[in-house]
Write a new protein. Structure first.
Length: 397
C-alpha cells in the first residue's frame, strides 16, 4: 500500500485507508505540541456497548460492534461522565496514531479564536481588514470575524466534493487544494492559500446566507497569527494543546509557502480529540482549570438569531445539498449544532467527528476513511449510532 500512495492519490480510496494516519510521511507538516508536559488523565470505566442497536443505512437493524467494523472506522473513543467507556482501533491504528481531522481542524481553529477573544486581543465583530490590511480590496471588505467563522461571508467559492472525481479540473476548489498542499501543484505557481484567496470575487452581502467554504477558516487563522504575533501552529500549541493537557503531539500540513491548512490539515490522536470535546462539554473547564472562555462555549452551542437565520436560508435555498442531519439548527463557531444547547459536533469529510451530547454527558471522537467525501447514508448511520450509544449510557451507566 505505502509504495502506491502519492500526493496525487492519497485522498482517494483505498489509498486514504493508509494515508489518513500517515499524513506527515506524505506532505510537509509542522508540529503542535503540549509545551507544559502535564497530561489530562482520563479514567477508564469499560461499558459493554457491542449490542447497542440502531438502524443501519440499508434500513436493517445493526449493532455498535457491527457498525464500527462495517463503516470504515479507524478509531473511536467514547467518554461518558469524564471516563473512557469504549476505545477501539482499526485499520492498523493504535493509541499513539495520529489521524487526519479534515474539517474538525476548523473547530480547533475556532477554539483558539475563542481564547484570543477572551484575552481581549480582538472582538468577534471586528472588521477583518482592520486586523489584516493585506485583505483590503478583496472579497473580505466589510467582512467581520463573525462572518468568517460562521461561514456567512459573501466570498464566492464553490465547495462541491463531486469535483474530487475530476482532480485535473480547473475548478477553484481543486486549484485551492493544490495551493493548500493537499494536491500536487502541477503547472500552478506556488502562491499559497492566502494569495489564492485574494483572487476570489464576492457573491453576496456578508451576513446574509450560510455557505460552507473552507478557505474562510484560513483567514481566521491568519488573523490569529497577527493578533498573537506568532505562527498559527504555535498558537495552537500554546492555547489549545498545552492547557488542554494533550497526551501526544499533533501536526498540521502546510502550503508551499509554509502557511498551515487551518481548515482541514491537522492530525492528532483520537484520545486527544476526545479531550478537546470534553472541554466543550464541561463549559471550557479541564481539570478544574478554565481553558476556554465559558461564554465562548455557551455561544457555540446556543448560537444566535443571525446564525440560525443564515442557516435556515441555506437549507431553504439549497435543500439538495443540506448536510447530514434533518432539522439541524446552524453552523456556529465552526461547530454544527444539531440540537441547540444540547448536541453539537465538529465534522470532517470522509468521516471525522467530535460529537458532544450534553444531556447524557457523552463525548464521541471518531476517525474514519469513508470511500467518498460526504456519503449521506454512512454519515446518518454514524450519527444514529452516536445517539443510540449516548442513550444507552444515560440509561444504564
Amino acid at each position: 500500500m505505502t509504495d502506491s500512495v502519492t500526493l496525487a492519490n492519497w485522498m482517494d480510496p483505498p489509498h486514504n485507508r493508509w494515508a489518513f494516519h500517515h499524513v506527515a510521511e506524505l506532505i510537509n507538516t509542522v508540529q503542535i505540541s503540549n509545551n507544559q508536559g502535564s497530561v489530562t488523565r482520563l479514567a477508564n470505566r469499560k461499558a459493554d456497548l457491542d449490542n447497542v442497536s440502531f438502524i443501519a443505512r440499508d434500513g436493517s437493524t445493526t449493532t455498535w460492534d457491527r457498525h464500527l467494523n462495517e463503516t470504515y472506522c479507524d478509531a473511536i473513543c467514547v467518554v461518558h461522565n469524564g471516563s473512557i467507556v469504549d476505545e477501539r482501533y482499526f485499520n492498523g491504528m493504535h493509541e499513539d496514531s495520529r489521524h487526519l481531522l479534515m474539517s474538525v481542524t476548523k473547530s480547533m481553529t475556532a477554539a483558539a479564536l475563542g481564547v484570543a477573544i477572551g484575552r481581549g486581543l480582538l472582538s468577534i465583530n471586528d472588521l477583518v481588514t482592520a486586523i489584516a490590511p493585506e485583505f483590503v480590496g478583496t472579497s473580505l471588505d466589510q467582512c467581520t470575524v463573525r462572518h468568517l467563522i460562521d461561514m456567512t461571508a459573501g466570498t464566492d467559492f464553490v465547495e462541491d466534493y463531486d469535483l474530487y472525481l475530476d482532480p485535473d479540473s480547473d475548478s477553484v476548489l481543486i486549484e485551492y487544494e493544490r495551493q493548500a498542499g493537499y494536491r500536487p501543484l502541477g503547472n500552478s505557481p506556488a502562491i499559497g492559500v492566502l494569495k489564492h484567496f485574494a483572487t476570489y470575487a464576492n457573491a453576496r452581502p456578508h451576513g446574509t446566507l450560510f455557505d460552507y467554504r473552507s478557505p474562510l477558516t484560513n483567514i481566521a487563522a491568519r488573523i490569529l497569527e497577527i493578533v498573537n504575533g506568532i505562527s498559527f501552529n504555535d498558537v495552537l500549541s500554546r492555547d489549545i494543546w498545552s492547557p488542554f493537557g494533550m497526551e501526544h503531539s499533533a501536526n498540521i500540513l502546510v502550503d508551499p509557502l509554509g502557511f498551515p491548512a487551518a481548515e482541514g490539515g491537522m492530525s492528532c490522536t483520537v484520545r486527544d480529540l476526545a479531550r478537546f470535546g470534553l472541554a466543550y462539554l464541561n463549559d471550557g473547564i479541564i481539570d478544574d482549570q478554565a481553558v476556554l472562555p465559558e461564554s465562548w462555549v455557551r455561544d457555540t452551542r446556543e448560537g444566535d438569531e443571525d446564525a440560525r437565520n443564515c442557516y435556515a436560508r441555506y437549507v431553504e435555498s439549497f435543500p439538495e445539498t443540506s448536510f447530514e442531519g434533518d432539522g439541524w439548527s446552524m453552523y456556529h463557531n465552526a461547530f454544527w449544532v444539531m440540537e441547540r444547547d444540547q448536541q453539537f459536533s465538529g465534522l470532517g469529510i470522509f468521516g471525522q467527528y467530535i460529537w458532544i451530547d450534553r444531556p447524557s454527558r457523552t463525548v464521541i471522537a471518531r476517525f474514519s476513511t469513508y470511500p467518498t467525501a460526504a456519503p449521506t447514508d454512512l454519515s446518518q448511520e454514524t450519527m444514529r449510532g452516536f445517539v443510540a450509544v449516548a442513550e444507552a449510557l444515560e440509561k444504564h451507566h
